[in-house]
Design a protein around this ligand. Sequence first.
Ligand SMILES: [Zn+2]
Length: 409
Amino acid sequence: MMNLTERFLKYVSFDTQSDELTRLTPSTPGQMVFAKYLKEELESLGLQEVELDENGYLFATLPANTDKEVPTIGFISHMDTSPDMSGKNVSPRIVQNYDGSDIVLCAEENIVLSPAQFPELLNHKGEDLIVTDGKTLLGADDKAGIAEIVSAMVYLMEHPEIKHGKIRVGFNPDEEIGEGAHKFDVEKFGCEWGYTMDGGELGELEFENFNAAGAKVIFKGRNVHPGYAKNKMINSMRIASQFINMLPRHETPEHTEKYEGFYHLNGMQGDVEQTTLNYIIRDHDRDKFENRKKEIQHLVNKINAEFGEGTATLEMRDQYYNMREKIEPVMHIIDVAFAAMEAVGVKPNVKPIRGGTDGAQLSFKGLPCPNIFAGGINFHGRYEFVPIQNMEKAMKVIVKIAEMVASDK
Ligand SMILES: [Zn+2]
C-alpha cells in the first residue's frame, strides 16, 4: 500500500487544471479521470458509501468504531489545480534534508527556487521538500490535502484503538474557478461540520474571509465629430474617470492589509459613447461592507445628478460572505482544531483570509467549514513546493481531530 508521499506523487501525475471558460462541471475532463481513480482507491482501501456523482463530487465514509454518540464530521479537499499555470506532465523531485541553499528547478532555463526571494524556505531546513521541474505548478494545492485525508483514513483503519465517530470525506472539482461549493450536496454529505484541508503553511487555521460583491458601472456618453462638438459631446470616459477619482484613493488592494477592506477597479473598457468599469468590493466587516456598497450607489446617484438621469447605471451583486458569522455560534469546531494542532506539536496560526474559500460558501449552505493548512507554499506557480513534514503534520491533525471529537476531553 502507498504511503502519504507516494500517494501525493501519484495524484500530481493527473492533469486536473480547471478552466473558467467551459461552463461545465467539472470544468475539464481530467478532473473526472482523477475522481474515478480516487473512487477506486477509496473502495480498495475499504471506505464505505463511496459515491461519485455526475458533476465530479466524490464522497466516502469511514464508519464510526464506537457506540458513543459522536457528531459526524467531514474533511474536504479540491481536485483541480489553478488555471494560472499548467498542471500537465508535472515532474516533481524530492530535495532530501534541505540545506538552506538555492534549489535549481530547471538548469537550462535557469529557474531557481531561492531563499533570497522565498525566505520561508529557511523555515524548512533539514526537511524533505517536494519541488517542481520549473515548467509547471506542483499541485500541492490541493492534492496535498487529498493525500493527507486519504492517508489519515488509512491510519485510523490501521489503528482501531483510536475511537472516532463517523467521518465523511469529500473531494470536489473546480475550487480554483470559485465553483467548488456550487454543486456540493451538503445534505448528502450529512455532516455536522467539516474542514477544508486547503490552507498553506504549517499551522494555518482560518475561519474569517472577506464579504464580497461585484459592481459594474456603465457610463453613457454622446459622440459627435470632435470638430463640431462644443456643448454637444458627452465623453463617457471622462465621466468614468471622475467616478474613479471620487472613491477613496487609499482603499485599494495595493494600500490595504489584514482587516482593511477595499474597492478594486479590476477592469475598464470604453470609448466616447460608453464606458464600463468593473469593481470588486471586499471587507471582513459586514456593516462596512454594506456601507461600501451604499457608497458606490451614492456616487452613481451623484454622477446622475450632475450629468443627467441615466448617465450612469449600476449592476451590483453579492458574491460571498464572511464565514465568521456562521462559525461564531459553533466555536468549539475551531477549539478542537486548535487543540488537535497543539497536541501534535503544531503552533496554530489563526489569520483572516483576504479572499474566499469553498468553506465559506459551504458554511452558508449549512455546513460550517473552517480551513486548515495542507502544507504547500507558493501556490499557483512553478515555485510551488511542499515539505513532506508539513503533509505528515496535517495528516496527524486530521487523525487527532477525529479522536478528540469522539473523546469527552
Ligand atoms: Zn486550494
